[in-house]
Design a protein around this ligand. Structure first.
Ligand code: R5P
Length: 296
């Protein structure tokens, strides 16, 4: 087995390789003066299982393209199998044509990966309208979850927790994490009355007064969803409010906006490398790759 990364997730890739005691070989990826991609493997991949560790942030398109380039080159060089570990897999929120003429980007992304990868391992993918990754991938798929790790983090550090999911889709994280922690939970549901008037309500009413509220979600992108939920918790008299996201994208100054809005803590896993990373998903990926090695 050889491990590499295609630009993102380098720290995670290095630590995974060290833990598994396998070679980490950096790829050379650059651009010709006209912008054409240049890619070179610096280790012999012939006959090997190649593991590409690459989150699809920043730059989802560039991330996807470099994975395709690396996988195609590895196959061409005689690699036995190419396994993609994408702790954060982009495009999954575009899981239907919301308006006529739109691209269903998740399907396009999957179609390209199906053609050059043998197996994909990802963490807490955004599955909303898809029931499973099998709905779009024809290759072998493994869906890992950071729910247990997040649960332990809360249990060990937060005194009087209640968990909130900021929107209906987040029940799949809020419910499981609350069970791990052994505390109450609810999710918020938004009702839009007009283009400017939106109200959110708790699907199940619970008291937040004097509590340490933790808002959990899979993705923090602009931070708007988290900030809306924070306002609700502030009004309801929460003692402290923490945001925990599996994938911290923090686009459009999302982190600054969240801090300004009044979060006491903002925590993410290292699925995407970021200063807010406090929860290490490396052990989950290592366990999965160990299974892969045992099969060979
Ligand atoms: C969407 O359904 C996801 O689960 C997140 O709630 C969403 O991506 C967060 O986006 P933002 O941070 O831009 O509000």
């Amino acid at each position: 087995m050889i491990i590499t990364s295609c630009g993102n997730s380098k720290q995670l890739a290095l630590r995974i390789a060290r833990k598994l005691n396998v070679t980490y070989s950096p790829l050379t990826i650059s651009a010709f003066p006209d912008g054409d991609t240049y890619l070179k493997f610096n280790a012999v991949v012939k006959g090997k299982d190649l593991v590409l560790v690459q989150s699809f942030q920043p730059s989802p398109e560039k991330s996807l393209l470099s994975v395709i380039w690396a996988a195609e080159t590895a196959k061409d060089l005689g690699a036995k199998r190419v396994i993609l570990v994408a702790p954060y897999l982009a495009y999954l929120r575009q899981d239907k044509r919301f308006h006529p003429g739109e691209a269903v980007s998740s399907r396009i992304m999957a179609k390209h990966l199906n053609s050059c990868i043998n197996k994909i391992v990802t963490l807490d993918p955004h599955l909303h309208r898809y029931r499973s990754l099998k709905d779009i991938f024809t290759i072998s798929t493994v869906k890992l979850t950071a729910n247990k790790l997040i649960g332990h983090y809360i249990q060990n550090r937060i005194k009087d927790p209640v968990i909130i999911g900021p929107d209906w889709e987040s029940y799949q994280w809020a419910e499981v994490i609350a069970r791990e922690v052994g505390c109450e939970h609810t999710v918020l549901e938004k009702t839009r009355f007009s283009s400017r008037r939106v109200a959110s309500r708790m699907v199940k009413d619970i008291s937040l007064r004097g509590k340490d509220v933790i808002i959990v979600d899979d993705i923090i992108s602009t931070g708007k969803t988290m900030i809306e939920a924070l306002k609700k918790a502030q009004k309801a008299g929460a003692k402290s409010i923490t945001a925990i996201g599996v994938h911290g994208l923090f686009v459009e100054k999302g982190l600054e906006k969240m801090k300004k809005a009044g979060f006491d803590q903002i925590i993410t896993t290292n699925c995407i490398e970021h200063p807010t990373n406090r929860i290490d998903v490396m052990p989950l990926i290592v366990e999965e790759l160990k299974k892969e090695r045992r099969k060979r």
